[in-house]
Write a protein that binds this ligand. Structure first.
Ligand code: PLP
Length: 365
């Protein structure tokens, strides 16, 4: 089955008389059986199990859901043996950059930060590495690493390879098929799709790694709640439709923004002259719905543009049905790794493209 059909059909109870949707199981303990630990931090409830079935089917592996995207990242970052060398992005999602730095400061990891779109720089850092952390499309600079080349080289060096595919979504990139060991999503974003919950996931190909991660999740307790699981699964059912519309909107806005008098640079891998265009065309099923623009103006001018939007929301995060805009260098971590002060990150939603354009145009002007 194609993924558009899988996301609608997987994770449904199938016995005669069963409800069409997995029920919301609001219970911490389950009654004892011969199962080893019938407690919902350890055992798989119907609600979370249904969601994990869909997440696993989407990425072609076995999925574990976590209480947030950061909890999923922490499961990897904190789960490495003390003293491991981690090759990590120099510029990526601020939470990931920060948690790796924190592990280094606690003396647990040795970090080698690299610009991950620069293949030679990553290859040169891999010797002796135990972990390579990548983002399929980086936050917020929308750069694209050459995943298959880096994954193969990292495996030769003996490193575990994890790819945060949040920006691309599992409809646009399948890192496990490209050889990665783990694909991570902030389910909070495109998968759930309605900006109404926090959740993360890790999907893996190896049963051994799955069991290790599941055991650690049981110990650390980073389990999402049943209501969040239900909402996330409901959101995922429409992922393909939402992505199709958001992506078409983003491509059109990026094309128009490229000639806007207030815009100095547009970053969108779907534009033929974008540095990530060749890799995105080769590796992705679509160019995504994130657009970054650098204004012809100061940080203050960029903040002022954010204050003027009316349909688009001036807020953080991404991947929901509603469009969001934010100046990322407002955060110390993003500014620290070189995000231009006048860069606005736009998460394009599913509104009518002409209304989005009218709003963006008046805000920029
Ligand atoms: N990865 C990326 C690329 C993100 O943008 C985010 C959040 O913005 C996360 C991970 C963390 O996810 P969460 O906010 O669900 O903890």
């Amino acid at each position: 089955m194609r993924r558009e059909s899988l996301i609608v059909s997987a994770g449904r109870p199938e016995q005669p008389g069963a409800p069409l949707n997995a029920p919301v199981v609001l219970a911490a303990p389950l009654r004892h059986t011969s199962e080893d630990n019938p407690y919902s931090r350890a055992a798989t409830t119907e609600t979370r199990g249904a969601l994990e079935d869909v997440l696993g089917a989407l990425d072609g592996g076995r999925a574990l859901a976590y209480a947030s995207g950061m909890a999923a990242i922490a499961a990897i970052a904190e789960g490495r043996p003390t003293g491991s060398v981690a090759v990590v992005p120099h510029a990526a999602y601020s939470g990931a950059v920060s948690i790796f730095a924190h592990e280094r400061d606690l003396g647990r990891l040795t970090l080698r930060p690299v610009p991950i779109a620069d293949t030679d720089a990553v290859l040169a850092a891999l010797d002796g590495a135990g972990l390579l952390w990548l983002e399929a499309m980086t936050n917020p600079l929308l750069e694209i690493p050459d995943l298959p080349v880096l994954i193969e080289a990292a495996h030769r060096a003996g490193a575990l390879v994890c790819v945060d595919a949040t920006f691309a979504s599992p409809l646009n990139v399948r890192p496990l098929e490209l050889g990665a060991d783990v694909v991570m999503h902030s389910v909070t974003k495109y998968l759930a799709g309605h900006s109404d919950l926090l959740m993360g996931s890790l999907t893996v190909g190896s049963d051994e790694l799955y069991e290790q991660l599941k055991y650690r999740r049981m110990l650390t307790g980073a389990i999402p709640g049943a209501l969040e699981c239900f909402l996330a699964l409901r959101g995922i059912r429409t992922l393909a439709l939402r992505m199709e519309r958001a992506q078409a909107n983003a491509a059109e806005l990026a094309r128009r923004l490229a000639t806007h008098p207030r815009v100095a640079r547009v970053r969108y891998p779907g534009l033929p002259d974008d540095p990530g265009h060749e890799r995105a065309s080769r590796l992705f099923g679509g160019y995504g719905a994130m657009v970054a623009i650098e204004l012809d103006g100061s940080a203050e001018a960029a903040e002022a543009a954010c204050d003027r939007v009316r349909l688009i929301n001036h807020a953080t995060s991404l991947g929901g049905v509603e469009s969001l805009i934010e100046r990322r260098a407002r955060y110390e971590v993003d500014a620290g790794f070189g995000t231009p002060a006048n860069l606005l990150r736009l998460s394009v939603g599913i509104e009518h493209v002409e209304d989005l354009w009218a709003d963006l145009d008046q805000a920029l002007r």
